[in-house]
Ligand binder design. Structure first.
Ligand code: CZF
Ligand code: MG
Length: 198
């Protein structure tokens, strides 16, 4: 089985990549398996810049094809916040609960029909001596007034998906992957993957 390195230290993402890549016939490793990996500073102002930065740095460090994910929540009523700062919205310690509290507080006077949002995911594939490739995926929804559900990670408990009549945190992993920004980006990548993996 081919092994693919995913340049993420986020346990929630790592779990999702595992369930997404296993059926495609790829085993994954993440930075959780590489404690000496460079801690890439996300200095970009776009998802694409950060995804490319993470993928290329780690690909160069280990001289292997590397996929990185930069993703986040875009809330219309907050002019696109938290956006590329989603992981550290409430501070550098990347606290999911504090991040949710900050979004809910900022939206406390915003009515239901104005609470539209989407998740975005950019995946970058960096290969030694080759051009870096990117693909993107999105997932549309609205922000609830309170947390509902306990699955997933990040902002999942407050992200309502109308088609499912549930939040992302009420879906199981396969249901989330079917409709999520990450799932949609990987569907695009899966078509190219056999030609990229050596
Ligand atoms: O509810 C959510 N469901 C998702 O499916 C999801 N995907 C992304 N996010 C949020 O966006 C940040 C990414 O920031 P990010 O791409 O820099 O990743 P990260 O710093 O957590 O890990 P790494 O991959 O950089 O190591 C994450 O921390 C989360 O707050 C999500 N929230
Ligand atoms: Mg990050």
């Amino acid at each position: 089985m081919n092994t693919v390195l995913i340049a993420t230290a986020n346990k929630g993402k790592a779990r999702e990549f595992e369930t997404l890549f296993t059926p495609l016939g790829y085993q994954i490793k993440t930075l959780l398996d590489y404690p000496d990996a460079i801690d890439v500073e996300e200095t970009g102002t776009t998802f694409e810049e950060n995804a490319v930065l993470k993928a290329e740095t780690i690909s160069k460090q280990y001289n292997v094809m590397t996929i990185a994910d930069d993703s986040g929540l875009i809330v219309d009523a907050l002019n696109g916040e938290p956006g590329v700062y989603s992981a550290r919205y409430a501070g550098e310690e990347k606290d999911d609960e504090a991040n949710i509290d900050k979004v809910l507080e900022k939206l406390k006077d915003v009515p239901k029909d104005k609470r539209t949002a989407h998740f975005h995911c950019t995946l970058a594939v960096a290969r030694p001596g080759d051009k870096t490739i990117t693909v993107t995926g999105q997932c549309e929804g609205t922000i609830t007034k309170e947390r509902i559900g306990t699955n997933g990670f990040g902002y999942d408990p407050i992200f309502w998906v109308e088609d499912k009549k549930r939040t992302l945190a009420q879906l199981d992993q396969d249901e989330k992957n079917e409709i999520s920004h990450r799932g949609n980006a990987i569907k695009l990548l899966a078509i190219m993957l056999p030609t990229l993996v050596k």
